[in-house]
Design a protein around this ligand. Structure first.
Ligand code: ZN
Length: 81
């Protein structure tokens, strides 16, 4: 199993037992995808590469039940009170 480099205070949601957290991101920018003139093949590999992601979520919330679990900074470091 891969080692968790983050120092999360819990390993599952105390409310529902879920094992994933959600961090809200603000995403903005433009993307392009490419279409081959001959085949019509669509290439979306670069579509998201120009976007800017900003972490606006101050709280890690349970991905399953949506309850707030703990505070994190934008590098996913847990903020102690
Ligand atoms: Zn939960």
């Amino acid at each position: 199993m891969k080692k968790n480099i983050y120092n999360f205070p819990i390993s599952s949601c105390p409310h529902c037992g879920g094992g994933k957290i959600a961090i809200r991101q603000y995403i903005c920018g433009y993307g392009e995808y490419y279409v081959d003139l001959k085949t019509g093949d669509v290439d979306t590999a670069e579509l998201h590469s120009g976007l800017q992601y900003r972490n606006t979520g101050k709280y890690a919330v349970c991905a399953d039940c949506g309850r707030r679990l703990f505070e994190v900074d934008r590098h996913l470091h847990v903020i102690e009170e």
